[in-house]
Design a protein around this ligand. Sequence first.
Ligand SMILES: [Cu+2]
Length: 135
Amino acid sequence: MSSQPRRPLNRVIAVLGAAAIVTAGTALVACGGQGADNHAAQPGSAAKAVDHVQIADFAYAPAAITVPAGATITFTNDDSAPHTATSGTSPTADGVFDTGTLKKGKSKTVKVAKPGTFAYYCAIHPFMKATVTVR
Ligand SMILES: [Cu+2]
């Protein structure tokens, strides 16, 4: 009678938030292979940066990233469910970037040219939120 619907997902997300900080370092190392082409094409371009955001367990990791203006950001869906990374605040996309629907195992790279802090969300699961800061 007094049972409330539990939302274990929130706890999962909270745990992931903490894990994201730990994972951030590893993710940068893992970028080496994929980013090799970009680095080779533009030697000595310090402004060029590639950041990866992993989507897993209905959360973005890391949940907040900072990249230089013009940098690319790659979103990879390692979840069983499809997700998007859509800039704006649900349900209103602001058009700064949008990965479209990423199925399991799929990646999409976007570029954000203008500086600012941009919230984004999953158009399929609006409770999934994170931010990109561009400097
Ligand atoms: Cu989603």
